[in-house]
Design a protein around this ligand. Sequence first.
Ligand code: EPU
Length: 420
Amino acid sequence: MDSFVIHGGAPLRGEVTISGSKNAVLPILAATLLTGDTCTIRRVPDLSDVAFMLRILESLGAEVRREGDAITVRAARIQGFGDYELIRKMRGSICILGPLLGRRREASVSLPGGCIIGTRPIDLHLKGLAALGTRIQVENGYVHARARRLAGTTIFLGGRAGPTVLGTANILMAAVLAEGVTVIESAACEPEVADLAHFLVAMGARISGIGSPTVTVTGVRELHGADHEVIPDRIEACTFLCAAAATKGDVTLQGTRPEHFGAVLDKLREAGVTVERAGTGLRVTRRGKVRPADVTTQPYSGFPTDVQAQFMALMTLAPGISVITERIFESRFMHVAELMRLGADIAIEGPNAIVKGGRPLSGAPVMASDLRASAALVIAGLAAKGTTQVHRIYHLDRGYERMEDKLRRLGARIERVAGE
Ligand code: EPU
């Protein structure tokens, strides 16, 4: 398993281009199963999660071609239920359920287990699909879903922690080929869900209320091929913003949509970081000390759970107390113990992490536990004195395209070390 060796202390400086969004492209690739025509998806990031999804599509009989960052998929005929081993390995593969039901009224996927950040149930996905007329059986770790016909209806999709992102994606993908009108109430408003909806519209779907909590879908008989460019990854953008701020750097992000991460920009400014438009880019600089800031994660357009760990790494540098509250996932604080190995002072009390910032960080060996926790450790390592080795960075490869190359071009001293 590869690791990163980081010699901290170098301020990040220069320009970085943000890749296409992981969490938008996964359901969009799944949605290509809704038609037998060719779909072209552009600005596809080169990530291991994307490679997994493409292999799942191939195992269902789709032809997949990659040219640079464009992928074409043609699912002329769908065979079988796909490679269960692959489906089991990637949680995002749950989003093939909706399109398979839409296209051929039958789907079977392995029930995703819990993961390091929480239990991650799919009850809301199943409730929504059942409301559309699907018969669902959960047996031996698999979800078998079958429908004679899918009929539109009104579905309330809100859960304990608010709306569900992939749940909304699944219901949308089933509803576009259902008979009649489906209204999704308490739909997720995340830009990744809106991007999927725009792709579906380009395929001939009829959807209104895109990006709002009430989405209305009028079913059509069939969809056709489409050409779509994926939105930029707002979480990657926010990760680079936090890294630049943590190293007292001066970095310009190209290819972002700052309107997708207003809540993070607001908190960075509260923390004394300057973020401003610079031509077509977004420039982030820090001159003085970081100031403490409290953050509570929320569904969009609130502060994203996927930036909580990276922002916490930044707050360890801010003299004073910051309270970081996680409201989306119940155990998304695996990075805390590792940040403490670097010298951070953090106490967990229920959903709150109390960060007493301002103590200097010093390099140490640390262990990545999930994608965003790993990003937080890289940020802390870049800001720490001395050498930090981040083990198990395969988590990072799932969701950040060539992170070490991008950081190195900004002046970071970071290398990938193979093996173990
Ligand atoms: N939930 C339920 N029942 C369900 C589904 C979700 O109770 O049927 C709960 C979850 O347990 C959680 C909350 O609802 O408490 C929100 O979960 P959601 O369903 O929105 O998460 P997801 O769709 O499985 C996506 C992203 C995650 C991101 C979350 C929240 C993808 C592939 N994954 O997951 O991304 O954290 O939305 O924004 O899009 C990441 O990129 O690192 C990542 C974990």
